[in-house]
Ligand binder design. Sequence first.
Ligand SMILES: Cc1cc2nc3c(=O)[nH]c(=O)nc-3n(C[C@H](O)[C@H](O)[C@H](O)COP(=O)(O)O)c2cc1C
Length: 369
Amino acid sequence: MGLPDGLPDALRNALCERLGIEVPIFGFSHSVDVTVALAEAGGFPVFGAAREMPDRIEADLKEIRARIGARPFGVDIMYPALAADEPDRESAKAKLPAASVAFVEGLRKKYAVPDQTKPHFFSHVLRNQKLFRDQTEAVLASDVNAVATAVGLPREVIAAAKARGKVSFALIGSVRHVVPALAAGVDVLVAQGNDAGGHTGPVGTFTLVPQIVQAAGNTPVLAAGGIGHGAQIAAALTMGAQGAWLGTAWLATREYHTPPVLLKKVLAATSEDTVMTRAHSGKPCRVLKSAWVDEWEAPGAPAQLPMPYQHALTGELLAAIEEHQVEPLVYEALGQSCAWFNELTTVHEVVERLVRETRAAFAQSSSYR
Ligand SMILES: Cc1cc2nc3c(=O)[nH]c(=O)nc-3n(C[C@H](O)[C@H](O)[C@H](O)COP(=O)(O)O)c2cc1C
């Protein structure tokens, strides 16, 4: 990727060597096509399986492997703590407060949301331990190179992944998670700051990363959350991280196949157009601002329910909003990094730009000396 002769390549480090990648750019995505394109661009893709039925996971991982050959990739699964009674979808629905059900019906009418016609994860299953076990089994049975855990740190999953020769990553949002992660044998820590899209903690990326690097000792750390420019990758590497982990970036690529109304909003979004809310899942999550969050945060709205009850309540409506792209309500998890993704591009172009900008940032900072 165009390195001038004689310059040491700050982008080629020990973790790149260990994983067999060309650039330390890690990409989380729910899209098979993004996963494939990022592997081809020399980065390390991590396919998000948390919103997938276990039988789809197997098929998707086979497809990715068939398309990328021996290039490495990972899979990410979420292990959130749930309401203690562990309901299935039907029993959870039976326990929903009447006022909450009426509120959701009111939203459906107010925004004239048509009925859902296609199956969707949010309307067909409910997060519970059985789902997590089935998702984990599908991933462990595959030939994926790495397993990433998020929103929870199940030691047995990390041990099982390592026993099968897979590299283990753990997304963490606080320095207090480092000791348990290292004790569990995690190979790579992903320090995900509050700037990130998705479920995330309260500490900003710039504050979190050096603390985690310091506590991690020899274990490599990746910086995640709000990264959209190579200068931030240079900063992350300078802070001692071994790479950058991006999620929002890929929504603005052709390979993600972002539905049109959502895409328009993502491309127009600035860093001030995302918000932390429990209205998505019941746990704090950074998403694109929309009428969905406004309605749930408005005075008089019912309390957002703990995971997994919020999705038992809203799953059908969320699926219909996505299917029909109901403009005012459409949203997705989105990080403050959206500021850098204003036009539809490709995964390859994103990687190329980030690499170019990272090198330029290093060259500029060394010219000050
Ligand atoms: C649309 C979307 C969905 C996400 N879903 C997950 C998920 O299921 N599991 C996970 O570990 N992280 C998830 N994340 C967070 C990413 O792994 C990553 O940490 C985050 O996107 C980094 O910050 P950025 O959004 O500013 O790039 C998601 C992010 C986005 C944008």
